[in-house]
Design a protein around this ligand. Structure first.
Ligand code: CA
Length: 407
């Protein structure tokens, strides 16, 4: 029997050859960052393997970020993925490729791409209704525009951080309705938002909207995303112009970007539309379903508090992309757009503590004590899986972050 290698995976491993997410890693003591591809609990030095195999993609892969690959466009993404699949499955490549794996426990993972612009949406009807009922109990839960356009805002790309980065409790100005005057201090209502982030590869031209059918040409892949939110800062500042400092202190993304091609078996139709949509958003006649059947799990200190189903999202990522560019705004390589908090219809499917505790009214019982919002030292981890080919699961790389005390 030959020695087992990183290519010998347990049956049904969610990070098997059907998945192959991309990241950027370095080895201890070298500081040299390079593109890696995850297989099981190992990472393949993709550039080094490409070079050893005489691949034409070596120059796209031997890079300190994914941006050159992202910019190369859809045909290159397919070609590179096909090559990688062959390298990890065809016996003739086996001995060569096996030399370029490192155990994940031996490497440092970095933010895998340079984030260009960051936009966050609000696409879950369950989440929007819950927020409406919590914040505006005497008004309609959904605003009049909600079913006509995907609501979003431009966030802060410079504070998008990779999984594992500590999140320092933000300080700011807040004023509860019962307070006479505003005060300043560390947030006492620090929360999470379980989301999925979409990563733009190919840019678009200024003045030229990207329609629904352009989604797969421009979007490279997706990643789990935690939109940390200071509810007390947010509540005081956000009317009338929207989220600002209550969100901009940190947004965490996974170290792994899952290419859309790995998720072909996970596509599902979005929920039925209740109102007719304008033509640029109307996806009734699209060839392929535009939703994704992602099963997300939210854990605090290892205890699962929620399992939000991404398949329930009202607005799809393709509609968000079409809306984001319908005014002629261009896309840049590395643009990131978040889905908005994913919340299903059930209690245990809510993607934020705001909803799980109903604005802090209720208490969440955890094995290590009661919570309304996050305490210093709490570690929040999002994981997810999607159906893959032949019944195998596609794992999404986790995104985790621990709360550190504020300054
Ligand atoms: Ca959000």
């Amino acid at each position: 029997m030959p020695e087992p290698t990183p290519l010998d995976l347990p049956e049904g491993d969610p990070f098997g050859p059907h998945n192959l997410p991309y990241g950027v890693f370095s080895l201890p003591g070298t500081g040299r960052r390079t593109v890696g591809v995850r297989l099981g609990s190992h990472v393949l030095d993709a550039g080094a393997a490409a070079h050893a195999l005489g691949s034409p993609y070596a120059s796209l892969l031997a890079q300190p970020t994914l941006n050159p690959l992202l910019a190369a466009g859809r045909q290159a993404w397919s070609d590179v993925r096909r090559a990688l699949t062959a390298w990890v499955t065809v016996p003739a490549h086996r001995d060569t490729v096996a030399r370029f794996f490192h155990p994940l426990s031996d490497v440092t993972l970095h933010l895998p791409f340079e984030v260009a612009d960051y936009v966050d949406f609000y696409a879950s009807e369950n989440h929007a209704r819950n927020c409406g009922e919590i914040f505006r109990p005497h008004m309609d839960a959904l605003t009049p525009n909600w079913k006509h356009l995907p609501i979003g805002y431009h966030g802060r790309s410079g504070t998008v951080v990779v999984s594992g980065t500590e999140v320092i409790r933000p300080a700011g100005q807040r004023k509860a309705p019962t307070d006479e005057v505003p005060s300043y201090g560390p947030s006492v209502r620090l929360d999470i938002e379980a989301e999925v982030g979409f990563v733009v590869g190919a840019p678009s031209e200024l003045g030229r909207p990207v329609g629904l059918s352009g989604f797969r040409d421009h979007v490279f892949g997706l990643t789990l995303l935690n939109d940390w939110s200071a509810r007390d800062l947010q509540a005081w500042e956000m009317v009338p112009l929207g989220p600002f400092l209550g969100k901009s202190f940190a947004t965490s993304v996974s170290a792994w970007i899952t290419p859309l091609e790995a998720l072909d078996a996970a596509r599902v139709a979005p929920p039925a539309r209740d109102v007719p949509l304008l033509p640029y958003l109307d996806d009734a006649d699209q060839d392929e379903p535009a939703g994704y059947d992602l099963h997300i799990s939210v854990a605090i200190n290892g205890h699962v508090v929620s399992e939000p189903p991404f398949s329930t999202m009202y607005w799809t990522a393709a509609q968000q992309l079409a809306h984001m560019t319908v005014n002629g705004a261009s896309l840049r390589t590395g643009d990131l757009f978040g889905s908005g908090t994913v919340s299903g219809p059930e209690y245990a499917q809510r993607g934020s503590l705001l909803e799980l505790t109903w604005g802090g009214r209720d208490v969440l019982e955890l094995p290590d004590g009661k919570r309304t919002f996050l305490e210093d030292g709490d570690e929040v981890t999002l994981t997810a899986w999607a159906p893959g080919p032949d019944g195998v699961r596609v794992g999404l790389g986790e995104v985790t972050g621990r709360i550190a005390p504020g300054a």
